[in-house]
Design a protein around this ligand. Structure first.
Ligand SMILES: *Cc1c(COP(=O)(O)O)cnc(C)c1O
Length: 379
């Protein structure tokens, strides 16, 4: 093969991020220093929120939201089986009960009608996800939460910079959580950030991320807490990445548009579906996930992915449905067949190589490999 391997994802780091890290390393504050506040302000402003609280991962952020809203044993939280596992785990951490409902096939986000049908007297919160960056239905979720007196936690870990109408991702419900693992739109290496307008949620998260400390003495602990702090080294990277966010999102939209064009003939031939995305012209793309037509089986999908990998093209199957993960089936008594829309879609998705520096030749190579692999299935 003459071309280089094409990775699934790749971070977009410039000399400015490197310089920012070096500056922190030469300062006297590696943690609990000034870069944290600057990064928090930038993300909160982008989400249209008053407060931002940086933490060491998106998962930690979701966990603190669950605790700050006093969600615990006996409480039900309606959430999606089509997500990254952390969405469910943060509920299980507090011995509350995740209640899965199925997704809307046109957006891959939770189906609002299914949420309403699942509300019981024990329901305390709704925890939806902007799957792959798609902001669809978040206004509806907010309305449902308000009508039924429920909390709404927005898992916007995949949607930084996205919009629904004129509302930014992160602005819905009680609080939202962003994440900064290297495959996200922006990265801090590892990291997460909670946004909210509530002073109570802010105070609780600030305390709990820092060992449950109150506001005064270093060794006074007001409540059960954790070490979920982000370091200033990570925050400095995030601060520069936030300054570059619009440029990064534009680069990702450019990459998505190249795929949209290149793959349209395969769509016209009935082979696959392009990723659903609300407001494509302003969208925040996390990953570019195609879906094979329904006549292809899960085994066909694996064969297509094997072919891509053989061609050194990075790919992945986002997501294995959460309700079919073995320990979830054991804990929550779920089983394959419970959520047919999620399962039909999850069996046929393929995430393609996707990053700012993606080149047209790479998109062409991926498209050709896909075409050959689909032919080889014989369907
Ligand atoms: C990335 C992600 C998270 C958090 O991930 P961390 O690795 O803990 O930062 C949570 N939910 C979703 C939907 C995600 O994509």
């Amino acid at each position: 093969m003459t071309r280089d391997p094409i990775p699934l994802s790749s971070q977009d780091i410039t000399q400015a991020e490197i310089d920012a890290v070096v500056a922190v390393m030469k300062s006297d504050r590696l943690s609990l220093g000034p870069r944290i506040g600057a990064f928090e302000e930038a993300v909160a402003a982008r989400a249209g929120r008053k407060y931002g609280m940086a933490v060491n991962s998106g998962t930690s952020g979701l966990h603190l939201c669950v605790r700050a809203l006093d969600i615990g044993e006996g409480d039900e939280v309606i959430t999606t089986p089509f997500s990254f596992i952390a969405t469910t785990n943060c509920v299980l951490f507090e011995r509350a009960t995740p209640v899965f409902v199925d997704i809307d096939p046109d957006s891959y986000n939770l189906d609002p009608a299914a949420i309403e049908a699942a509300i019981t007297p024990r329901t305390k919160a709704i925890l939806p996800v902007e799957v792959f960056g798609n902001t669809a239905h978040f206004d509806a979720y907010e309305q449902i939460a308000r009508q039924h007196g429920l909390h709404l936690i927005e898992d916007c870990c995949e949607a930084l910079g996205g919009v629904l109408g004129d509302r930014p991702a992160g602005s819905f419900g009680d609080c939202g959580v962003f994440a900064f693992y290297p495959n996200k739109q922006i990265t801090t290496g590892e990291g997460g950030l909670i946004v909210t307008d509530s002073e109570d949620i802010r105070d609780l998260c600030v305390s709990m991320r820092n060992q449950g400390r109150g506001t005064d003495a270093w060794l006074e602990h007001a409540r059960l807490g954790y070490n979920y702090r982000m370091s200033d080294i990570n925050a400095a990277v995030g601060e520069v990445q936030m300054r570059r966010l619009d440029e990064i999102l534009a680069g990702r939209r450019r990459a998505a548009a190249m795929y949209d064009d290149a793959l349209q003939p395969l769509v016209d031939d009935g082979l696959l579906h392009l990723p659903p995305m609300t407001q494509r012209e302003a969208a925040s793309w996390f990953v570019y996930v195609i879906r094979l037509a329904d006549r292809f089986t899960q085994a066909d999908r694996e064969a297509v992915m094997d072919h891509l990998k053989k061609e050194q093209i990075g790919c992945n199957c986002y997501f294995t449905p959460i309700h079919t993960q073995p320990y979830i089936m054991e804990t929550l008594n779920t089983k394959p067949g419970d959520f047919p829309v999620t399962e039909r879609i999850a069996a046929r998705t393929i995430a393609l190589p996707f990053f700012v520096a993606l080149q047209q030749e790479q998109v062409t190579s991926v498209t050709e490999a896909l075409q050959i692999a689909l032919q080889e299935t014989g369907r």
